[in-house]
Design a protein around this ligand. Structure first.
Ligand code: FES
Ligand code: FES
Length: 170
């Protein structure tokens, strides 16, 4: 006996709080948070690489903690504050310490992995404002970059922490 396939997938309303803005969207229950951010909200800064939680390209902050957006369903992210790479800039639109540091230290090449690194490092230097080189390597250990090597990214972590300390001192 064959079962008939449903012709259209059921959808549910979801309310997401992203970068300080509330978005009401309607999505299938299985919609990944990474896809909801990109396709339903239009925040394409969150990149999708492996969709298996391995590469880190989709890393966003969930209540401030780095999290894989490809491992969450949109419906599971309703009552938390989400921060994507677009939300890292200062309120006046200027670059945040980690964004400026990647520019200063040539921390990106093709840029595909960069959003996940930026969100990861933003949280990392918040928790450890004065990392050494080994701390920096630990901080980014869960993110994969295919084309820069990691030297410049480690340098960017140290520079980002330095800029953050300068900003806090001024
Ligand atoms: S796309 Fe989410 S970890 Fe690779
Ligand atoms: S800059 Fe190309 S994958 Fe990292």
């Amino acid at each position: 006996m064959t079962m008939s396939e449903p012709t259209s997938e059921e959808t549910v309303p979801v309310r997401l709080h992203v970068n300080g803005v509330t978005h009401d969207i309607v999505v299938p229950p299985r919609r990944l948070l990474s896809d909801a951010l990109r396709h339903d909200i239009g925040l394409t800064g969150t990149h999708v690489g492996c969709e298996h939680g391995v590469c880190g390209a989709c890393t966003i902050l969930v209540d401030g903690a780095p999290s894989r957006a490809c491992l969450m369903f949109a419906v599971g992210a309703q009552d938390v504050e989400l921060t994507t790479v677009e939300g890292l800039t200062h309120e006046d639109g200027s670059l945040s310490p980690v964004q400026q540091a990647f520019k200063d230290c040539h921390g990106l090449q093709c840029g595909f992995c960069t959003p996940g690194f930026l969100t990861t490092i933003a949280a990392g230097i918040r928790d450890n404002p004065d990392p050494d080189r080994e701390d920096a390597r630990d901080m980014i250990a869960g993110n994969l970059c295919r084309c820069t090597g990691y030297q410049n990214i480690v340098a960017s972590v140290l520079r980002a922490a330095e800029i953050q300390r300068e900003e806090e001192a001024s």
